[in-house]
Design a protein around this ligand. Structure first.
Ligand code: K80
Length: 486
């Protein structure tokens, strides 16, 4: 582990822990450098001017974006992630063996030769795919945006691409599936984002590292290919609001900060307000997400994958960020057997969503549809439960939800709604006594507590804070109350 002191935007200082997250995906362990904010380092002082390094490929601007598109992204808060590709056909099983690893990595850890894997293309025929139905389900679940894998590491493209034959056009399905998808979601009022993997197991010019001139030449060809595809996506689907890059941890990419810089620049030339995640980027020295001066690259921090910041992490609230989460422990693409790991309950997921919003972040919940274009029952059930909850509470505590700048509480989370200016508590741990103890920062006094349509009684204890009397029939499921302070 190497600790680096980095300057933060807007006069804040932050320490980034660049831990080499080694996740074994089967046989070949991968190294992913993910930045993580270290909260107990608040207050470390250092001189910002002396440490500023001249960078050609560092952050392209400094500070939070305030244009309408970014404000919309921020207000959306809750998104659906979709992993769909050839890996959705075998679903984690190959030649009668079920593999425990993430299903979208099966080709890699089951050591399936490219020629064998790539032939799945001739089986890809999602004849039960109904884009309108998908969008309807997403909307009913409360999702305001969606991020779909246009190309995962396997290299297969869900859209008819001019630059490869390894695409939807050359499957039995033939049609432009991505267009059906974009049209249906857009029609339903859901913003569309594209996931695109830089890492490509199928492309002959992809390199893990650059060791000589030949690698360098090949990789420059790969770069042109990726850039062409991305501009093609933007041109063919002008509704797309942004790009979610992945597969950017290999040495080849880190040694070529200029490529990641150029891609961001090229996308912004076409659409100045396009939204790009930080994972795309590496700077002149291979620093990822944050450049060597500690400035965020891309438009928001996208390092929180399958975990969240700590409840009291106030540094993360200073930047835009997004977490992505699986429903089982670690399956993104469709896996046939979910009994192999813990599968989160709807309440567990709700708590992760609220926690994220309470820290000023966005949350992407992943779905892995099957090869035939249908969703597994567990995902439909989760969608149902989440959707029910969202229909009651999301307008108050999810959309436009933000960090409330109040003390973290054991019963749940405070959220501030930036649209209404109102403050809420979201309760996950209902006290048996029905007396909810809340604390407020020094100088703030509780004035009114609203629960559904009633005003609740409360009493103040000098040292312990306020005790709010909850009604006898308070639901034993996550609920909200509103507080007015003076
Ligand atoms: C790639 C590599 C590792 C070590 C962990 C996850 C990933 C990919 N990122 C997620 C968003 C999925 O796409 C997963 O395949």
């Amino acid at each position: 582990m190497d600790f680096k002191i980095k300057t933060r935007l807007g006069g804040f200082f932050i320490v980034i822990l660049n831990f080499n997250m080694v996740i074994s995906c089967g046989l070949k362990p991968l190294k992913v450098n993910e930045p993580k904010t270290v909260t107990d380092a608040v207050g470390i002082e250092m001189s910002s001017t002396n440490d500023s390094i001249t960078l050609k490929y560092g952050a392209q601007y400094i500070g939070k974006r305030q244009d309408a598109e970014m404000k919309k992204f921020r207000a959306n808060r809750l998104g659906q992630f979709i992993h769909w590709g050839l890996y959705s056909i075998p679903g984690g099983e190959w030649n009668g063996t079920t593999y425990l690893g993430a299903a979208e990595w099966l080709a890699n850890f089951a050591k399936i030769p490219n020629a064998t894997w790539d032939s799945l293309q001739y089986q890809f025929n999602p004849n039960k795919f109904n884009a309108v139905q998908w969008a309807k389900m997403a909307k009913a679940s409360g999702f305001k945006y969606v991020t779909i894998t246009t190309k995962h590491h396997e290299g297969f493209c869900l859209w008819p691409s001019e630059f490869t034959e390894f695409d939807i056009e050359n499957t039995p399905y033939k049609k432009d599936l991505l267009k059906e998808f974009v049209d249906a979601y857009t029609e339903a009022g859901i913003d569309v984002y594209f996931y695109y993997s830089i890492l490509d197991w199928h492309h002959k010019d992809w390199r893990y590292d650059i060791k000589n001139q030949a690698d360098s030449l090949a990789f420059s060809k790969y770069f042109e290919f990726a850039k062409n595809q991305l501009l093609e996506l933007q041109q063919k689907y002008p509704e797309v609001k942004g790009f979610w890059f992945d597969g950017t941890w290999d040495a080849s990419w880190k040694k070529n900060g200029k490529y990641s810089y150029d891609i961001q620049k090229a996308l912004k030339e076409v659409n100045p307000n396009v939204i790009v995640n930080s994972r795309l980027r590496a700077d002149d020295f291979g620093s990822r997400h944050f450049d060597s001066n500690g400035n965020l690259m891309g438009d928001y921090q996208s390092g929180y994958e399958r975990y969240l910041p700590a409840k009291n992490d106030t540094l993360i609230t200073k930047i835009d960020w997004e977490a992505c989460m699986t429903i089982p422990v670690n399956q993104w693409g469709y896996h046939k057997d979910w009994s192999l790991s813990h599968v989160k309950s709807a309440n567990e997921i709700l708590e992760l969503i609220v926690k994220t919003v309470s820290l000023g972040g966005n949350f992407l919940l992943n779905y892995g549809p099957k090869g035939d274009g249908t969703f597994r029952n567990e995902e439909l059930e989760i969608s149902n439960s989440i959707g029910n909850w969202m229909s009651k509470y999301a307008d108050k505590v999810i959309y436009y939800g933000d960090y409330a700048n109040l003390k973290p509480q054991d019963w749940g989370y405070y959220v501030k709604n930036t649209n209404s200016g109102k403050f809420y508590g979201v309760v996950f741990n209902l006290p048996l006594s029905k007396l909810l103890k809340i604390e407020l920062p020094n100088g703030k006094k509780l004035k009114v507590v609203n629960f559904e349509t009633e005003k609740l009684e409360y009493h103040h204890h000098d040292k312990m804070g306020y005790f709010i009397s909850l009604p006898e029939n308070t639901p034993n499921e996550p609920f909200i109350f509103e507080i007015l302070m003076e």
